[in-house]
Design a protein around this ligand. Structure first.
Ligand code: NAD
Length: 479
């Protein structure tokens, strides 16, 4: 039914040195799917030794050979989409169709990096000094990486980090979420089958704070890549600063959606509902604050509410399910708290606002209208199936609202005016902007935030560059 839960250390599948175990739950029924080993200090030391030992060999491996292995793994994953998707739905809750699609995208990411790894180009720079024969910049793998991934995209997020690091010639240790371990394990098994040398990729689980502290403090680790919440990202960045280590931080957001009067309200509402409730809203680039120009406001709220009400919520393995449960009990409590707070402050509850049933972490798709700015849901990243919708009058007012928070990950706007489109694209203080679109994450495009949403990009050529160090070499004549 579910996958075998183990760690990969130095090419060997293991339950580790200790006997502690963590339970993995099915969020649709709260049943235990399996028990996950916990990496103890001894395991962490072995893992560090493994990447230290593997780094030079992998960096020296021809890009063409690295490409062959990554492409091979992508093909193996493509043959296992049903199984990988099913495991993801069991542990994370998302509908099976969404899960299989994610598994396919994970394979595409590995394949994209496989190809791009051959193009880690440097630059020849014409000298300005007469004594200099050659000046050049070369890119080198930055060295062993420690990567940490969360529970909302168990395949895509590990694939970005594993693909980028391996293509660039870096060995890595990844600690996926203990709540959703199967995706990263599937990638690791595919890479192993495709011929990845031992020690180049290591997968461990355990107590997140203990593991990150231990790995980041080690001289062996040269680069940290984290996806998760802003507070944890700041904490890990502080730890990395002690060793002046490079970081990529892909953190939370609070995605504004600005709907101007000139669009088809029905179409914009349909796209917004699909975007909002994907993965039950547990997406870092989820649209989370809807600002709708006043003429269209009433119609948009009505259309959005009607479509949200019609969503079929259920076990992700059941045919027809459009939204699964929340991934864990923490999210259920957090969402309920945000909705109650908004209603207490005067927001109008249009639909939802309650847990569904008492087994599994199901929460009804929720729409809140006329939500005041001081409501928590307008300020804290909701990370769940709740959509606050607020009216606005002018372009400047909408921009002020969109840019008001310290986050800057994704921002969206709907307009059919070329001028408004260009202006809003420039005005949004976010690393990702979707204009008449919620599709902002592709293997070939950069993905990352501004402000407190993080630092650096994953995906695209920027995602490879994140694992490369820049070296300048100058050469003069004989001495
Ligand atoms: P959390 O802040 O406890 O954890 C977020 C992630 O960081 C988890 O995967 C966790 O395992 C990991 N983590 C926590 N402490 C760590 C540490 N000291 N070292 C290494 N990793 C550590 O919150 P949560 O309840 O799991 O998730 C809730 C919040 O996290 C959401 O509100 C959302 O803002 C954020 N989140 C963001 C993303 C994203 O894609 N950017 C994904 C998941 C969660």
């Amino acid at each position: 039914m579910y996958t075998e839960l183990e760690m990969l250390i130095d090419g060997a599948w293991t339950l580790g040195a200790g006997s502690r175990r963590l339970q993995v739950l099915n969020p649709a029924n709260e049943q235990v799917l399996g028990e996950l080993p916990v990496a103890e200090r001894e395991d962490l030391e072995r893992t560090l030794a493994a990447v230290a030992g593997a780094q030079a060999g992998w960096a020296a491996t021809l890009p063409k050979e690295r490409c062959r292995i990554l492409r091979g793994a992508a093909e193996i994953m493509r043959g296992q989409l049903d199984e990988i998707g099913r495991h993801m739905t069991l542990e994370q809750g998302k509908p099976l169709g969404e899960a299989k699609m994610e598994a396919a995208v994970g394979a595409d990411i590995l394949e994209w990096y496989a190809e791009e790894g051959k193009r880690a180009y440097g630059r020849v720079i014409p000298p300005s000094m007469p004594t200099v024969l050659h000046q050049m910049m070369v890119k080198e793998p930055v060295g062993p990486v420690a990567a940490f991934t969360p529970w909302n995209f168990p395949v895509v997020t590990p694939a970005r980090k594993i693909g980028g690091a391996l293509a660039a010639g870096c060995a890595l240790i990844i600690k996926p979420s203990e709540e959703t371990p199967a995706g990263a394990l599937a990638i690791a098994r595919a890479l192993e089958e495709a011929g990845l040398p031992k020690g180049v990729l290591n997968v461990i689980f355990g107590i997140p704070a203990k593991i990150s502290e231990h790995l980041i403090a080690s001289d062996i680790i040269k680069k940290i890549s984290f996806t998760g919440s802003v507070p944890v990202g700041k904490h890990l960045t502080r730890l990395a600063a002690d060793g002046m280590k490079r970081v990529t931080m892909e953190l939370g957001g609070h995605g504004p959606v600005i709907v101007f009067d000139d669009v088809d309200v029905e179409k914009a509402a349909a796209m917004s509902v699909a975007g909002k409730f994907r993965n039950a809203g547990q997406v870092c680039v989820s649209p989370t604050r809807f600002f709708v120009q006043e003429k269209s406001y009433g119609d948009f709220v009505d259309a959005f509410t009607q479509k949200a009400k019609a969503l079929k919520v259920g076990d992700g393995l059941e045919a027809g399910t459009q939204m699964g449960p929340l991934a864990n009990a923490r999210r259920l409590d957090a969402i309920d708290g945000l909705v109650r707070d908004a209603v207490e402050r005067g927001a109008k509850l249009k639909t939802g606002g309650e847990r569904i049933g008492n087994s599994g972490f199901f929460y009804a798709p929720t729409v809140l209208a006329e939500v005041p700015d001081d409501a928590k849901v307008m300020n804290d990243e909701p990370f769940g199936p709740v959509a606050p919708i607020v009216p606005f009058k002018t372009f400047d007012e909408a921009v002020h609202q969109a840019n008001r928070l310290p986050f800057g990950l994704a921002g969206y706007a709907f307009t059919n005016s070329a001028e408004t489109s260009a202006k809003i694209g420039a005005a949004l203080q976010t690393g990702l902007v979707g204009l008449n679109s919620f599709t902002i994450s592709m293997p070939e495009t950069p993905f990352g935030g501004m402000k407190e949403s993080g630092y650096g990009s994953e995906g695209g050529i920027e995602g490879l560059d994140a694992y490369l160090a820049t070296k300048f070499i100058t050469q003069s004549g004989a001495v």
